[in-house]
Design a protein around this ligand. Sequence first.
Ligand SMILES: CC(C)(COP(=O)(O)OP(=O)(O)OC[C@H]1O[C@@H](n2cnc3c(N)ncnc32)[C@H](O)[C@@H]1OP(=O)(O)O)[C@@H](O)C(=O)NCCC(=O)NCCS
Length: 183
Amino acid sequence: MHPITRSGARLRLRELTITDVEALVALYGSPAATEHLSLEPRNREQVEQVVAWSVAQATVTPRTEYALAVIQSETAELIGSGRLALDPHQQRGATMGFALRPDVWGRGYGVETVRLLLSVGFNDLRLHRIWGARSPLNQASAKTMSAAGMVEEGTIREHVLKAGEWRDSIVHAILDREFFRSP
Ligand SMILES: CC(C)(COP(=O)(O)OP(=O)(O)OC[C@H]1O[C@@H](n2cnc3c(N)ncnc32)[C@H](O)[C@@H]1OP(=O)(O)O)[C@@H](O)C(=O)NCCC(=O)NCCS
């Protein structure tokens, strides 16, 4: 499915474009934003490569990668990114990722972003199950996914290799019926 757009009270999701590189460097180049992610801070060239790949993946059929820009409606500014990646080994399942620029944290945008991503996944893509994996230390992510109705399911041991060390992940997930009955 392409293009994807979805609006909430203060944010909207849209497809990434190559002109988003600069705004995304402010996000993925930030040590604070990437502290608990599986990746190290990225430079401009690395961000450019990821965006180019994401833009190309958006029009592949069947589409499995949904990398979306998070736009603050009032300012039309890109403040974050979200991703749904369909799982090739699971029917109607996807993993979710999201990150916002540190200067906008703490205003409820994280929960709105996750809700919008879930809405894309369940309403547009007709998924059955969406899950996200976070670092055990990432309390902001834990609270954000819980506030959006995602249930903590357990631990994947030594899931992520970061800075030469294996790190566990905590899984949060939500099913379609849980999403549609949530207030
Ligand atoms: C996770 C992230 C998106 C949250 O964004 P946000 O806009 O600050 O989140 P919200 O304002 O919607 O807050 C959501 C909840 O998290 C809590 N929270 C936010 N930051 C927190 C922190 N540093 N420590 C503990 N709780 C925190 C809020 O209090 C709120 O909880 P509540 O509903 O119980 O009040 C943001 O911190 C981020 O981009 N982090 C870096 C990338 C990342 O970790 N992504 C998740 C990968 S799994």
